[in-house]
Ligand binder design. Sequence first.
Ligand SMILES: NC(=O)c1ccc[n+]([C@@H]2O[C@H](COP(=O)([O-])OP(=O)(O)OC[C@H]3O[C@@H](n4cnc5c(N)ncnc54)[C@H](OP(=O)(O)O)[C@@H]3O)[C@@H](O)[C@H]2O)c1
Length: 282
Amino acid sequence: MKVFITGATGLVGAHLAVDLLKKGYSVRALRRSSSNLKTIQAVFACYGATALFSRIEWVEGDTTDYYSIEDNLEGVDLVYHAAALISYWPREFALMEKINVEGTANVVNACLHKGIKKLAFVSSAAALGHDVHTRHYTEKTPWKQSTFVTHYGISKYNAEREVWRGAEEGLDVIIVNPVVVIGPGDWTKGSSEIITSIDKGLKFYSDRITGFVDARDVAQATIQLMESDIKNERFVLCAENVVWKDIFAQIANALGKKAPSIKAPEGVLVNLVVLLEKLNRQ
Ligand SMILES: NC(=O)c1ccc[n+]([C@@H]2O[C@H](COP(=O)([O-])OP(=O)(O)OC[C@H]3O[C@@H](n4cnc5c(N)ncnc54)[C@H](OP(=O)(O)O)[C@@H]3O)[C@@H](O)[C@H]2O)c1
């Protein structure tokens, strides 16, 4: 069985690649000409799977280039679409919209065109609706525009709409909505950047609560859903909800560093605090 993975050079895609190879799938993975293989190599090394790494069939392309997807789906049975841009920088919003929405539409259209058996789309909890008072949500909570919604969340919600459109047009799909994903890889980017920030002496914490999930669980749950008869449903992937302060303290403790000790001002997102600290260092 041959699978095609987008985003394999990132945290989630790399975990999908290692698990799929371990299960005996043939893996074809998309990389951009600018892609860095540092994350995926670190992930394979972490699981003692360096030998498996050489079995990946790399193809060059970009999800925003339709034919680089369609051409590379020849002989493929299943597609895992994990490529996305996660950004909170206004200057990247247009690019994020293009990669996340147009890129996903390209993947969906290519899957339909090539008769792919099933598509897994790695969406995000940010693409779910929520109760503005309790901030609780489930897979069924309707989408709602509010001050808690980010441009990233909107782009993932619109990407999901492309996937649901594909389902209406006859493609079998499953969607997973992970909360914050943590795992081995490159800790200088994405959600894992928080580890580097704490290592460098992040001073602020937030007493907000966020869901966290292990990258291994995201990969395994997604593969199980793809191997099941379940289709055209979405699933929140969350291990537990944790207070940021507590997880920061756990990370600091594991790194042998001082835990962040200043509470971030009310209403300031912890992401913003981390970014501000980063800017101060540049
Ligand atoms: N990390 C989280 O906390 C989290 C939480 C919920 C959902 N998610 C979702 O999980 C998925 C994977 O996230 P991640 O944490 O693994 O992100 P990541 O580490 O930043 O990796 C992103 C991946 O997408 C690829 N990519 C970006 N734009 C592309 C394009 N135009 N064409 C082809 N590939 C492109 C990147 O390739 P390059 O190497 O070339 O940059 C990289 O492989 C995303 O869909 C994200 O929305 C992540």
